[in-house]
Design a binder for this molecule. Structure first.
Ligand code: UDP
Ligand code: MG
Length: 331
């Protein structure tokens, strides 16, 4: 199903998959620290350039000419981080794959610990950040609320504080590569595959340079994607709300009818009317909105468009263990 050739396994022990979108000021430092952390490991560094518009593409080309362990996959435009991760997982050839951000929030120095956990038999090594102190009050609380909500609604527990910094064993990667849905709520998918999962804690660093690409509107979309991908509970909520309000208005009506019979109707009853109309209107809109969210996603899924388009892919050329100094490849 993958648009790429089946990977030649076994040569690489580790594949690093790094989504890159306008990270020109981070790439060189990241590469340096990765090499330090990967001494003696047969590793490939796959940078997925998600349609960067700054100098990232040129820098990646330069890195690749200097370092035969670097592979660069470039999208035809910006498709989003989840797509970049998906593509990286498909081309990765390692016996284990590590996902990490390009902005050095995910410290490469944790790699040996992750590798050790995998060697001990874990299929998925989840990295949990110790605190969210560096994030704004709004983002922190929005995230907390979201995880509380999604964990009530969904059948599989989706942990808070565990982002896309993870290691996957080969069979976990193969499982992820089978998932064809468009709605890539990766956190959910990572939890969904199961296998032996373990969690390590790490200190999330400040972004090294540049700025975060997340906007509040994206967070809202992200939350909706997550909930609709992993739960149909909102559909049922609409039914229950509708039922409850219908019953309430029936009881209401009965009460007014009886009262009018007993005492007559002294006041025209305008306020109650407005309240009831507004309540019903609101509930109906809510229920329609919930339906819309799901139907919209159904229509997207049914188009079966590819998740991303690749402009070019130059895989890493060397499966030798990483050395201290960057070897200048004889081109
Ligand atoms: N990223 C990407 N495509 C996008 C947005 C972001 O590949 O459309 C990459 C980005 O280059 C970085 C990672 O995803 O390596 C995390 O992005 P960011 O730091 O902006 O998110 P945050 O850490 O604030 O959640
Ligand atoms: Mg970041």
């Amino acid at each position: 199903m993958s648009p790429f050739d089946p990977p030649a396994l076994a040569e690489y022990e580790l594949s690093l998959v790094i989504p890159v979108f306008n990270e020109q000021d981070n790439l060189m430092v990241l590469h340096e620290r990765l090499r330090q952390a990967l001494q003696g490991v047969r590793a490939e560094l796959i940078f997925v350039d998600d349609g960067s518009t700054d100098h990232s593409a040129a820098l990646l080309r330069e890195l690749q000419s200097r370092d035969p362990h670097v592979g660069v996959l470039r999208f035809s435009r910006n498709f989003g981080k989840e797509q970049a991760i998906t593509a990286g997982l498909q081309v990765a050839r390692g016996q284990a794959v590590i996902l990490m951000d390009a902005d050095l929030q995910h410290p490469p120095e944790m790699i040996p610990a992750m590798r050790a956990a995998w060697r001990d038999g874990a299929d998925v090594v989840n990295m949990r950040r110790r605190s969210r102190e560096d994030e704004s009050w709004l983002k922190r609380h929005a995230a907390q609320g979201f995880y509380r909500l999604i964990n009530r609604l969904s059948d599989i527990p989706i942990p808070d504080g565990v982002g896309d910094f993870r290691l996957f064993s080969r069979r976990a990667v193969d499982a992820l590569n089978q998932l064809q849905e468009r709605n890539r709520f990766m956190k959910g998918l990572f939890a969904w595959i199961g296998y032996r999962q373990t969690t390590l804690d790490y200190d999330c660093a400040q972004r090294q340079a540049g700025h975060s690409k997340w906007r509040f509107r994206q967070l809202w979309n992200f939350a909706l994607e997550g909930i609709t991908a992993f739960s149909v509970a909102p559909l049922k909520v609409a039914t229950k709300l509708g039922l409850a309000s219908a019953l309430a208005s029936f009881a209401f009506g009965l009460y007014f009818f009886v009262r009018a019979l007993a005492y007559g109707d002294p006041v025209p009853g305008f306020p109650t009317l407005i309240v009831v109309v507004l309540m019903l209107g609101g509930l109906q809109l809510l229920a329609i909105g919930v339906l819309g969210e799901y139907i919209g996603r159904l229509s997207l899924e049914s188009k079966r468009r590819p998740l991303f388009l690749v402009e070019s892919y130059e895989p890493a050329r060397s499966a030798m263990p990483m050395e201290e100094r960057v070897v200048h490849a004889p081109n």
